[in-house]
Design a protein around this ligand. Structure first.
Ligand SMILES: C[S@@+](CC[C@H](N)C(=O)[O-])C[C@H]1O[C@@H](n2cnc3c(N)ncnc32)[C@H](O)[C@@H]1O
Length: 297
């Protein structure tokens, strides 16, 4: 398998910078198709990614260091060391982007939610690490240069259209150099069924400096389409006043067969399938973590 050549590191990074500025220019010019925004027919924008982006990190509190240890182990095993260029596709509030940057990688975070990216940028500023962030849709964004690795954590279930589910794997291949790797996770359908048949309601309460946030999600499974219909409600209490926002959205689970088919079609070799991001990660009952390598032509 081809390895990253450290001698070419600076040249490679300069090229990626050129690539990003090309993209920015295209967005400004309107010559790039830009964000394929919008939640799709019959759905509304998920407040978690927009109005309640400020609450994302308060509600998602799984420790990420053990996951990044696993990711780093995978990268190292492929000869992808600190200084290499990594794309965090669907980076959200930048939890993984910034931890990877802290460990010395040159990380580029892309997400279509400008509200989540605002949180990420603020976090990067406070952590004093350099990360390039870009508001863009993963399904259409193009770079003029390639990356050593792509991370796509917790994103692929948001893609429900068949065409989008195929396109994202083509995008992984387009962003990666031959021999580069993609690390991603999905909700796997058979185990999702087991999980949500047991318990379809998830609740959390978080104390805020000036009040309280209550979050509830209720999931219904559509057995035919392998879709999860999720109703989320955010309730904020401040100064004896309560405001509430509810929203319905759809996610689509994956089967291992479907992923394998899409990897092969897009020109990847599967390298590993795991139930979590390593032994030190909190085990998920319904996810799969996959590592695949872009074939060298
Ligand atoms: C569950 S969050 C995961 C965020 C981050 N990777 C993490 O683990 O903290 C899913 C993210 O994917 C982003 N996303 C979903 N579809 C996208 C698309 N087509 N293009 C860009 N970002 C997308 C959402 O905006 C959101 O930030």
């Amino acid at each position: 398998m081809p390895r990253f050549c450290p001698d070419h590191g600076q040249l490679f990074r300069n090229r990626i910078k050129e690539g990003l500025s090309t993209i920015r220019k295209e967005y400004l010019d309107g010559t790039n198709r830009g964000c394929k925004n919008g939640p799709g027919p019959g759905m509304s924008e998920r407040p978690y990614y927009h109005d309640f982006a400020w609450a994302y990190d308060l509600l998602q509190t799984d420790p990420i260091a053990p996951r990044v240890d696993f990711i780093e182990g995978v990268l190292r095993a492929q000869g992808i060391h600190a200084d290499s260029a990594i794309l965090d596709g669907g980076c959200g509030t930048g939890r993984y982007t910034i931890e990877l940057a802290r460990r010395g990688y040159h990380v580029y975070g892309v997400d279509r939610s400008k509200e989540l990216l605002a949180v990420a940028k603020d976090r990067a500023l406070h952590t004093a690490v350099h990360v390039e962030f870009l508001v863009a849709d993963l399904l259409v964004v193009a770079f003029t240069r390639q990356f050593e690795a792509v991370l796509c954590r917790g994103v692929l279930n948001d893609l429900v259209e068949e065409s989008d589910r195929a396109a994202v794997f083509r995008q992984f291949a387009a962003w990666l150099r031959p021999g580069g790797i993609v690390i991603f996770d999905v909700r796997e359908w058979p185990r999702t069924v087991v999980r949500y048949k047991k318990n379809s309601v998830h609740r959390r309460t978080v104390e805020l400096p000036d009040g309280r946030l209550k979050f509830q999600s209720e999931t219904t499974l559509d057995l035919e389409s392998r879709r999860m219909r999720i109703r989320e409600r955010f309730t904020v209490s401040r100064n004896n006043r309560e405001t509430s926002k509810a929203n319905d959205f759809v996610m689509q689970c994956w089967t291992l067969e479907e992923i394998r088919e899409r990897l092969v079609t897009a020109g990847f070799d599967e390298m590993g399938v795991y139930p979590s991001y390593g032994e030190d990660d909190r085990a998920w009952s319904d996810r799969l973590v996959l590592v695949a390598c872009r074939q060298s032509v």
